[in-house]
Design a protein around this ligand. Structure first.
Ligand code: SF4
Length: 323
């Protein structure tokens, strides 16, 4: 008899124990107000081949959006999972991270990764706050030399990595650099950037340097076209790493491209905004891109509601208007 094989009664006892644990966990979540459970991100059964930028990427599977419990009306934060204990995590060693090469183009579909119970799921070790600026600088240098998207690399003036605090509680994620950003090397510095800055400062009462701002793509797509699925896939590991290093408490996804990429959905912004999602287990709000708000001022009311939802969760109060 196989020494590792258990008896039928062992098997039944283990099965009952697992059922009991799952039931207790579900009851606990129910008491916390969680009504729906996210599905695990879908993984492609076969790796996608490494293809050139021009190749047409297979459409990403649209999976159920991870909808968590609605944000509480009170200043109590939304159902945020336990944050990893800094002291229990090893220090990051950014220099040991393998440098991506064109051959290391991601082989898997982009998918927002959230655990079944909303726990934070990161691939890389925790980076101490004091070490985050250096870790991000190492990553930025890596990005600056990236040629995974040959035509974008050839047409860019420079890569646009990020702006803001390496220890920010809140991270904004947009789509891609525009002409102004490409020229200056800083995200959200054009007219849309000015509106985002106003939203952060006048709306939320924060300083722009208190938050972290990044994009799905680090290079400007010509004519400000949407990123292709392949470009988003190529650049996603950099954004993933930025999130892992900064480990913000909250994410704000700006616009359809950022929300669609990080939530792995084709739903419209009208369906995505106004409720909580999770990305890597981090509570995330999706709202309209500032460029869209400039074209559609009527949507500013909705965007303001989304920011207020975020502010309530973060315990921020609306700044008083001068005069
Ligand atoms: S968009 Fe991202 S992946 Fe593509 S070349 Fe630029 S930095 Fe590299």
């Amino acid at each position: 008899m196989d020494a590792d094989a258990g008896t039928d009664s062992d098997y039944d006892a283990e099965r009952l124990r697992l059922i009991r644990e799952v039931r207790q966990r579900l009851e606990s979540l129910s008491r916390a107000g969680v009504e729906t459970m996210p599905r695990s991100p879908e993984r492609a059964p076969v790796p996608r081949p490494v293809v050139a930028e021009a190749a047409v990427a297979a459409p990403r599977p649209v999976v159920e959006v991870k909808v968590e419990a609605p944000a509480p009306a009170a200043p109590t934060p939304p159902p945020v999972e336990a944050r990893p204990e800094p002291s229990s995590k090893p220090k990051a060693t950014p220099t040991t991270r393998p440098k991506p090469s064109p051959a290391s183009v991601p082989q898997q579909p982009i998918a927002a990764v959230g655990s079944l119970f909303g726990a934070v799921e990161f691939k890389s070790p925790y980076v101490e706050p004091a070490d985050r600026a250096e870790a991000l600088a190492v990553l930025a240098a890596e990005v600056a030399g990236c040629v995974r998207c040959p035509s974008l690399a050839a047409s860019r003036t420079q890569t646009v990595f990020a702006d803001g605090s390496p220890t920010a509680r809140l991270m904004f994620i947009g789509e891609a650099p525009g002409a102004d950003e490409d020229r200056l090397g800083v995200p959200f510095v054009g007219k849309a950037g000015q509106l985002l800055t106003d939203m952060i400062t006048k709306g939320m009462g924060l300083r722009r340097e208190d938050v972290y701002i990044a994009n799905i793509l680090k290079c400007r797509p010509p004519e400000n076209r949407d990123p292709t699925p392949q470009e988003s896939s190529n650049c996603f590991p950099y954004l993933e790493r930025q999130i892992e290093i900064v480990r913000p408490e909250y994410l704000c996804l700006l616009g359809r491209v950022a929300a669609g990429t990080l939530l792995n959905t084709a739903l419209s912004m009208g369906r995505l905004r106004g409720r909580w999602h999770r990305v890597f287990g981090i509570p995330a709000v999706a709202t309209y891109h500032p460029a869209y708000l400039l074209r559609t001022p009527a949507a500013k009311k909705d965007a303001w509601e989304d920011l207020q939802m975020l502010m309530r969760a973060m315990g921020l109060v609306t700044p008083k208007k001068k005069g």
